[in-house]
Design a protein around this ligand. Structure first.
Ligand SMILES: [Zn+2]
Length: 136
């Protein structure tokens, strides 16, 4: 007799067995208390079920999220490294003359006659004529 449910069931049997009923004031109160306990027990069971469902659902989401994270971080490790390099001195931000998109270009390409294709509009950016190129 461990669960609240079982204890309430036992109490209901006890009240019935002791012939406690609503004929006395005390009996009315006890019967009402047993009804309330019964209702609490039911709600507790429902809550427990919901909790178990919710727990399983969250574990499923957590597992899915871990897969997504693995996928994203796995794929973007290189991109993240590249991202930090953008802030370093090896890259120069150039505005595309055609669409004004910021394009990050390896500085070693400046001065050469390389043409960079704008990733946004495919415009061929001529590096050595770009106004944002700083001459050293
Ligand atoms: Zn462009």
């Amino acid at each position: 007799m461990n669960s609240v449910n079982e204890k309430v069931s036992y109490l209901k049997g006890l009240v019935h067995g002791l012939n406690i009923n609503e004929n006395t004031n005390e009996g009315k109160a006890i019967v009402e208390i047993v009804k309330i306990l019964d209702a609490i027990s039911d709600e507790l069971n429902e809550t427990k079920k919901s909790y178990v469902d919710l727990k399983e659902y969250i574990e499923q989401i957590d597992s899915d999220l871990t897969n997504v994270e693995d996928e994203i971080y796995g794929l973007s490790d290189e991109l993240l490294d590249e991202g930090s390099e953008y802030d370093e001195e090896n890259f120069e931000e150039v505005k595309c003359p055609s669409c004004d998109e910021s394009v990050y270009i390896d500085k070693s390409l400046f001065g050469s006659s390389e043409h960079i294709e704008c990733p946004n509009c495919r415009y061929g950016i001529v590096l050595n004529s770009s106004s944002s190129v700083k001459t050293e």
